[in-house]
Design a protein around this ligand. Structure first.
Ligand code: NDP
Length: 354
């Protein structure tokens, strides 16, 4: 079984050289009487939050702990497994090769926490369920029907509590979460502006995804003035995927009783010197709510989210962007690319054909 492991501690920007592909003998059968399953991995998710886990992971090797700050859906059994095998877990779709768990049979398609490897050997307790593809590509079950979609849906509707006609700003708007937030907001009846890091991404947001406007934040010397220009009447809702200067600029442009969903701070993950310092006086006087959230807090919304999203996809009122690389070797590059805007939409690696 070949798998990706992190070899050197990630400090600052991740590099492909932080990772290594290793191989370990694999027995393609589950231990009789155990709860084990052996899976052939088909698609795995590549997510920014992994960097925080990988930093924690390498840091904690010496102390035999395993702590992560952002771990939606993490299964505790991995504590033990990873300490010895140095495999990185990630959400994904797989096919059952062998199972001693009565819930799964050989050749079942499953979705849940698998590994950045060719195969996953899951022991003890794990987060896995049978997958009904519902006629959609398997990759959708790693992206839009998984954490990216639910993050966008719950973050926008539950955390931002939108009202029709409100002005919404989304950062990292062409990314996995951002492109869905903008579309949910448009469908709901809001005015939506997104920012992204290239002119091609900006065109995509406006021309394909129906954003009212979009801009390349890298072309703007002064983010506060840029937001003043795009929101002459102020921002009611800011869906923050990046943190730092963008958050500060957004706070300065928020309207009274504005809401900020603190979804992620990707610009701070690789630069510990970058920390947002929003103007607290403005937050007080304008009575702004800034709420952090984790998608795992909103699993109760999954059925509503799924049925609404399936309907939108079937009627063509929602587009999902996927950025799929192929092969285990592409995982390090796919991951590193997230921190340079290398992806358009949900970053996924395809590991094998069904
Ligand atoms: P994306 O698909 O959006 O990929 C990351 C994107 O972020 C890049 O493509 C890049 O786009 C942008 N980016 C990278 N570095 C910077 C930077 N320094 N400044 C500004 N933009 C940058 O990732 P996701 O949609 O998966 O995640 C988006 C955010 O949501 C992340 O912060 C993530 O951690 C968070 N998240 C939080 C969850 C939760 O439960 N709270 C769940 C899932 C995600 P560009 O070209 O525009 O620069």
């Amino acid at each position: 079984n070949r798998y990706v492991t992190v070899e050197t501690q990630i400090n600052g920007e991740p590099k492909e050289s932080n990772f290594e592909i290793k191989s370990t003998p694999l027995v393609l059968s589950a231990e009789p009487g155990s709860n084990d399953v052996v899976l052939k991995n088909l698609y795995v998710s590549i997510d920014p939050y992994q960097i925080n886990r990988l930093k924690a992971y390498t840091l904690t090797q010496k102390t035999s702990g395993y702590a992560t700050a952002i771990t939606p859906g993490q299964a505790t059994c991995w504590l033990f497994y990873f300490y010895f095998y140095s495999v990185i877990d990630a959400y994904g779709v797989a096919k059952v090769v062998a199972s001693e768990n009565p819930e799964f049979e050989k050749d079942d398609l499953v979705v849940g926490m698998i590994t950045w490897g060719e195969y996953s050997v899951l022991k003890g307790q794990y987060m896995l369920r049978k997958l009904d593809p519902m006629g959609f590509p398997l990759s959708y079950h790693v992206g839009i029907f998984a954490f990216s979609g639910l993050t966008a849906y719950a973050g926008f509707f539950e955390v931002c509590k939108p009202k029709k006609g409100e002005k919404v700003f989304v950062s990292a708007a062409s990314g996995s979460v951002g492109h869905l937030v903008g579309q949910y907001a448009k469908q709901f009846g809001c005015y939506v502006v997104g920012c992204a890091g290239s002119k091609e991404k900006v065109a995509l947001l406006k021309d394909k995804l129906g954003f009212d406007d979009a801009f390349n934040y890298k072309d703007e010397p002064d983010l506060k003035s840029a937001l003043e220009k795009y929101f002459p009447e102020g921002i009611d809702i800011y869906f923050d995927n990046v943190g730092a200067e963008m958050l500060e600029a957004a706070v300065s442009n928020m309207n009274t009783f504005g809401r900020i969903a603190a979804c992620g701070v990707i610009s701070e993950y690789t630069d510990s010197g970058k920390r947002a310092a929003p103007n607290m006086l403005e937050i007080v006087y304008k009575r702004i709510t800034i709420r952090g959230f984790l998608t795992a807090d909103f699993m109760n919304l999954y059925p509503d989210f799924l049925s609404a999203t399936v309907d939108h996809l079937r009627t063509g009122t929602l587009h999902t962007l996927e950025d799929i690389s192929t092969g285990l070797e592409s995982i390090p590059q796919a991951f590193v690319g997230l921190f340079h805007g290398g992806n358009v939409g949900k970053k996924i690696v395809k590991l094998a054909d069904e």
